[in-house]
Design a protein around this ligand. Structure first.
Ligand code: NDP
Length: 276
């Protein structure tokens, strides 16, 4: 019997990653034979670790901090969405290329639309943050046809630059956090503030009674941003666990040519996260 195909996630730190669990569940539910491991690859070691993985017959990788730019540079072919994002979170070994893709934006959009039932067309969206995650999702957000997207960041210059880079894709402006004037239909927290249990310093009126607040971060229980939004009367809140599962499903489909079921896996994962 042939050995199972090998996949991995490279990151630093990576011990907390749920990706091995998610892909193992996808493999069982789709009847695919594969192994998927988390590998701690310190900054600067990405190229050597990639060469070793490919030489050992590895078929595909997920890439997380701090390697998304190194993966972009290592790919010999880029998908349109990876080129637009300027970062790669998925590598796939193909017959004639090492394909770099970015599934973060598609994962977010699937979670917002399919899992949470949100309609983005014509809506006003506040995207908070201007780092790699914000850059990865801005193009797909603009493709959804919102009324406008405001990118707000602590470092206002980075928000302005991000908005300028995507100006051809729709109505988007970049500002500092203090200049935000709400309320917005949808607020997306793409900062890493929640990881330190902090909330970006947004004005109070950013949130109104019809606002939905989405935090890309996930953990145990509601994040600081979700608690902040609920205290200001937001209509609803969600964390980024659904995005995590949906972006993984996009990677899995790229590698295996089969779309895994995400609803059941998200339900199981949430129960696992909330177990004491
Ligand atoms: P980066 O390090 O590239 O960017 C961090 C961003 O957060 C910057 O805009 C930074 O602002 C801002 N920031 C950090 N701390 C604060 C604070 N206290 N107040 C205001 N702004 C702050 O990180 P990423 O873009 O890669 O990741 C952002 C988040 O998205 C993380 O929580 C990550 O876990 C999550 N994520 C979730 C995914 C999922 O599948 N659910 C997928 C990818 C990412 P400044 O520029 O001013 O420093």
């Amino acid at each position: 019997m042939a050995a199972p195909d090998r996949y991995a996630v490279f990151g630093h730190p990576v011990g907390h990653s749920r990706s091995p669990w998610i892909h193992a569940r996808f493999a069982v539910l789709t009847g695919q034979s594969l192994v998927y491991e988390a590998r701690d690859v310190p900054a600067g070691d990405f190229d050597a670790a990639l060469s070793e993985f490919l030489a050992a017959g590895g078929k595909g990788l997920n890439i997380t901090l701090p390697h998304k730019l190194a993966a972009h540079a290592a790919a010999t072919r880029l998908s349109d969405r990876a080129r637009r994002a300027g970062a790669v979170n998925t590598l796939a070994v193909q017959a004639d290329a090492l394909l770099g893709d970015n599934t973060d934006g598609a994962g977010l959009l699937r979670d917002l639309r399919d899992n949470l039932g949100l309609d983005l067309a014509g809506r006003n969206i506040l995207l908070v943050g201007a780092g790699g995650a914000a850059r990865g999702v801005l193009g797909p957000l603009l493709d959804a046809g919102p009324g406008r997207v405001v990118v707000a960041n602590r470092n206002a210059g980075k928000a302005r630059q991000l908005a300028a880079d995507f100006a051809a894709g729709g109505r988007v402006t970049g500002i500092g956090l203090e200049a935000v004037q709400g309320p917005f239909h949808l607020l997306i927290n793409a900062t890493s503030a929640s990881l330190a249990d902090e909330v970006p310093a947004l004005p109070r009126d950013a949130v109104g009674p019809a606002s939905f607040c989405y935090d890309m971060a996930y953990g145990t229980g509601p994040s600081a941003f979700m608690r902040w939004a609920a205290a200001r009367g937001a209509a609803g809140c969600a964390d980024g666990l659904g995005m995590l599962v949906e972006q993984a499903a996009e990677s899995f489909e790229l590698w295996r040519g089969i779309r895994p079921p995400t609803t059941a896996v998200l339900t199981e994962l949430r129960a696992l996260q909330e177990r004491p």
